[in-house]
Ligand binder design. Sequence first.
Ligand code: 26V
Length: 819
Amino acid sequence: DTGRDIAPAADSVANLREAILRRLTYSVGKNQASASEYDWYLAVVYATRDRIVEGWMASTNAAYVHGPKRVYYLSLEFLIGRLLGDALNNLGLTETMRAATRELGVDLERLRTLEPDAALGNGGLGRLAACFMESMATLSIAAHGYGIRYDHGLFRQVLKDGWQQEYPEDWLALGNPWEFKRPEVCYRIGFGGAVEALTSPDGATRYAWKPAEYVEAIAYDTPVVGWRGAHVNTLRLWSARACDPLQLDVFNAGDYVGAVADKMRAEAISKVLYPSDETPAGQELRLRQEYFFASASLQDALRRHLKQYQEVRSLAEHVAIQLNDTHPAISVAELMRLLVDVHGIAWEEAWKITQGTISYTNHTLLPEALESWPVPLLERMLPRQMQIIYLINALHLDSVRKSGHTDARLIAAVSMIDEHAGRRVRMGHLAFIGSHKVNGVSALHSKLLKQTVFRDLGTLYPDRIVNKTNGITFRRWLFEANPGLTRLLADTAGEGIYDDPMALRKIAPYASDAAFVGEFAAVKRQNKVALAKIILDRCHVKVDPDVLFDVQIKRVHEYKRQLLNILETVALYDAIRAQPYLDWVPRVKIFAGKAAASYHHAKLIIKLANDVANVINNDPTVRGMLKVAYLPNYNVSLAESIIPASDLSEQISTAGMEASGTGNMKLALNGALTIGTLDGANVEIKQHVGDENIFIFGMTAEQVAQRRGRGIDMRETIARSPALREVLDAIGSGVFSPDDPGRYAGLVDILTHHDHFLVCEDFDAYYACQREVAAKWLDRAAWWKASILNTAGMGWFSSDRTIAEYADEIWKTQAQKKE
Ligand code: 26V
């Protein structure tokens, strides 16, 4: 027993067993004799869901009765993962359910793995939205998440001869027992057409948009249950449906093929998640997705507000809308349209309401990730919204000039229209200007936001940019992913850790306690044995659970520098072969991560990691002192297996480029030591776990900027480093690709002459730092002490803390008191 189950009297094992059987019979339509494993899984989910629904209705009702400020979290991505373990754990029913299923002859652990991993997101941004949903429910904030119910989530990655291949993901193939379809919650979303100006006798002009085409947004609701089941919120995802009635006469008129084509075009909007991470797709369909979900969500929020307060003018008092990056930024113009055109509010008042309601989170500084849309595309697809954007911009630039700024450079820099590469609307500027608060996701990132992307806007509106350092939900990333460690922590620090993450500090005094260290190490070893089995199954690589597990798990991107890790791996391989008699610290380098399907360079990096793995794993002189494993199809569930088994966490991005990182937090919380640059939240992790318990190397963000200023040709840097030279020569000449010796010539050429991510410049520091890691590993007591102090120091990174800060300083909402 984990001790934390609430074990409600009503939910005895017998009750739960009967509930499962009822659901098996009446909802799945099977009897015990004919039920498949999946049928049992469905029955268990339904029985669990039944225990959420009453709390859900109570929470929904309480929000109407007590009228707390509502929060709407608008995100094009929710990287949810599996829900059964989460729901049971938060309800305190894990042990009861385990016993109930055991009595029925089925294994709960096995059933959990049958749930498809809901991957409606790319990476950090989408997973953050999922952690935030769980924390908002935990803190009893009356929140809705709004997004798109993609038929197909992030692609499934297969490694064929080391090359990434993408296969469609089909998470809904067997249905989704968690969701409730709400066909009656349905909004019309317009596209195209024209704007009509209607001037009344008193001279006032009103505008009415006459779209050429409508698509319907249908709601699907998933309950999100908070810790200890106290509060349940809704994740509402929109699915696109063609407006049938309008199409009927087209069918009758005989243009059957045309009508079907229109239907396909309408429903394409919610078909698939765009799989590029950090690079805007720039496709018309992407803009249709953004507007579709923004408009449906705003119409829904306004309808709910009107139902509760009968008027729309008080919106900003009762509603906070958070934009997860610029993907929903069109909301600024759409909310203005709804207030002015539909609800008849005067422009100035509507603008106050909009700004008072909306706030925006920036998640990246990468210039290529900053969304902008061509003016002609917006004009054609959303003519009224484009008109509104122009008017917002004109008034904004007027006020800038009135406050004494006439400098043409500044005016061009703060304009919402970028005149450089064809006329484009800067969505970051639109989101900034339409918000009362703009936040970065780590202290460093927020500081850089003020110095770079929003330098001029930030000077004009000095109180607008704030910091909200990211966090992670400890329920999923500690209690569920690592039950062994959780039990040990609770036994040592007390049950308080379940509700107060800062209570983890209480284990610090045990960091050198032999008995505690022994148990802590035993838990880690157990987790490593489990991961070793996965690695054997999926990579056909046999790893010893007693070696150092060195992991880099994240999207593959040049700025995250998986290449730096691979180069160090090859250098270590060279060193082992040169001096095989030395006492090398045996380690396995574990990689996992997907590359955007069109990102050829990133896919080549994956291939290189696999080529290097093949050579090293099969070299007899290495004798197991070094192995490399690339686990395919990284997703939330795989992360839950890797993270508790990790010893070393690779967070080695070029300083200034990783906005925060959240994998870094999950790994440190589970006792992995970080090797990293002073980037993103690593800076704050260092402050919380202590300088002696983290390995920091390489250039700072400032030094990166300076170094780039001197050019990014690395020939001199390479000439100074014999180890780096040897590595680049080997890779470039085909040592790891004998079947295609020229495969990496281009890659080495880029590193040599255009090393934008400064892999070469940081190489020696990284290599040296890795040798310090190895030295620490050999001092077992020192290693475990540092590992324990990582877990002890990570409490602050709970997403409950992050959400409490958003609630206090941006949303101005308090937790709901009574239900
Ligand atoms: C942009 C686009 C453009 C259109 C196609 C789909 C797509 C998907 C994602 C993005 C931008 C992603 C930005 C992002 O994920 N940033 C990450 O956010 C994390 C949470 O704040 C943070 O921890 C990571 O450091 C940051 O890279």
